[in-house]
Design a binder for this molecule. Structure first.
Ligand SMILES: [Zn+2]
Length: 442
């Protein structure tokens, strides 16, 4: 410090101070970064403000709770995307529907944020695209998505997804994983379904297992059958009523084809055994239920005839003066009402009994139809419509990380068919051999 007066010394010292400041800042920054890093690695969300749709949980330091009003908008955005709209179209719809933008919403609920924009409801497609890409909506925390270059340069740098740290189910989900995965897929291909009027051979046959509505068919602009898919039409109308139940047309086709091939094999090789097994599946419960329905029907028919006689009788009694006009009017009215109710119930009961009791007969018809097919390599629309009545699609489940989706295929006239297990096939095959040998020796 003695030499501080020297001209050279002073000029040297200033950059030294700068250097020290920089070192100090860097050091602190590194400390902050380390704390930040360990926080991030522990699964605590690093964002100061939760994304649109969530609020900080007042009862837990790192927790998020659902902001229902905003979550509704988020769900709507995802549903529109599933329906084939792109971010620009979604932004337009939100604007038309006068839905508050995140900034407007936050300013409405008093959360600190930038000043609301001059034009209200002015959604931009980038905001929509950003919402559609946020895995946080599945309930996960995603940390280290971006970083800054250095403590000096605060410019955000996106990190590759492999470097992200994802913690599952850290907060309640707004979007189910299924829908989120579908949306990521749709966004990747940037495909938009057209109202091209293209119909799938499965159109109108697919139903949602949860709400009972038909599934909606969606085709891309350039019409790639590989990408065509179905999803629940209730979900399409209102994303809060049902889930997407998304299934590719190709998958449906493959499942139906394989099921039909197995049935074909069963029928052609083990015809009798196949029919017997189908009848076995006709449970005792069903038989009791049918008997009850049959009794109900005959009772109704008997009563209808009885009422006819009663009406005839009161008419005569009234004519002969045994029954007052007033009494006659009340009685005939009540008889007619009763008869009307019974008569309207009869066709339904009959139809039910016809379709159900004739299982043997319809099964025979079905077997005959199947026997006419000599080869089944691919499904044609004709085949589908001849054999398939309806297909019920269940919501997917994840078993060991694999997506499993169940379908119930209702075959025309016979309903769900019991497909022989490998053991049953073996048993049937042995029986088949024995019978053939008997025929030979006879
Ligand atoms: Zn549904």
């Amino acid at each position: 410090m003695d030499n501080i007066d020297t001209a050279k010394g002073i000029s040297d010292l200033v950059p030294m101070q700068d250097l020290f400041n920089e070192w100090h800042a860097k050091n602190t920054s590194q400390k902050v970064r380390n704390v930040f890093k360990s926080r991030g690695m522990s699964g605590a969300p690093l964002t100061t403000n939760p994304p649109f749709g969530y609020l900080k949980d007042p009862e837990s330091k790192n927790g998020w709770i659902i902001d229902e009003a905003a979550a509704k908008t988020v769900r709507q955005i995802f549903a529109w995307c599933v329906d084939g709209l792109g971010p620009t179209q979604i932004a337009k719809r939100l604007k038309t529907a006068k839905v508050p933008t995140p900034t407007e919403h936050w300013s409405n609920i008093g959360r600190n944020c930038s000043k609301p924009p001059a034009i209200p409801y002015n959604w931009c497609s980038a905001t929509v695209a950003d919402i559609l890409s946020k895995q946080e909506y599945c309930g996960d925390t995603v940390n280290f998505r971006s970083t800054t270059k250095s403590f000096k340069n605060k410019k955000k740098i996106e990190r590759p997804p492999e470097e992200w740290q994802i913690f599952k189910d850290t907060h309640p989900a707004i979007i189910d994983r299924e829908t989120f995965a579908l949306v990521q897929e749709l966004r990747k291909h940037r495909r938009r379904p057209t109202k091209s009027g293209i119909v799938s051979p499965f159109s109108g046959l697919l139903y949602c297992a949860d709400c009972g509505e038909k599934l909606y068919y969606s085709v891309t602009n350039n019409y790639k059958r590989e990408q065509a898919y179905f999803f629940c039409s209730s979900y399409r109308k209102n994303s809060e009523v049902c889930s997407a139940h998304y299934i590719r047309e190709r998958v449906v086709e493959q499942i139906v084809l394989e099921s039909m091939q197995r049935i074909l094999l069963n029928v052609q090789v083990f015809e009798k055994e196949f029919a017997r097994k189908q009848m076995d599946c006709y449970t005792e419960d069903k038989k009791k239920q049918l008997a009850a329905k049959r009794r109900e029907l005959s009772k109704a028919k008997k009563r209808i005839a009885e009422i006819d006689a009663l009406i005839q009788k009161i008419y005569e009694d009234n004519a002969s003066g045994k029954l007052s006009d007033e009494r006659y009017a009340t009685l005939s009215l009540s008889y007619e009402e009763e008869q009307k109710t019974l008569k309207s119930a009869v066709p339904e009961m009959q139809a039910y009994l016809e379709t159900e009791t004739d299982k043997t007969e319809s099964l025979q018809k079905f077997v005959q139809k199947v026997k006419q097919i000599t080869e089944l390599q691919a499904l044609t629309p004709e085949l589908i419509h001849e054999f398939v009545d309806r297909i019920v699609v269940y919501a997917p489940r994840y078993l060991d990380g694999k997506r499993v989706q169940l379908l119930d295929i209702y075959y025309s006239g016979v309903g769900i068919l019991h497909e022989l297990t490998p053991e049953e096939m073996e048993e049937a095959f042995q029986q088949h051999l024995t019978e053939r040998n008997k025929e030979k020796t006879a």
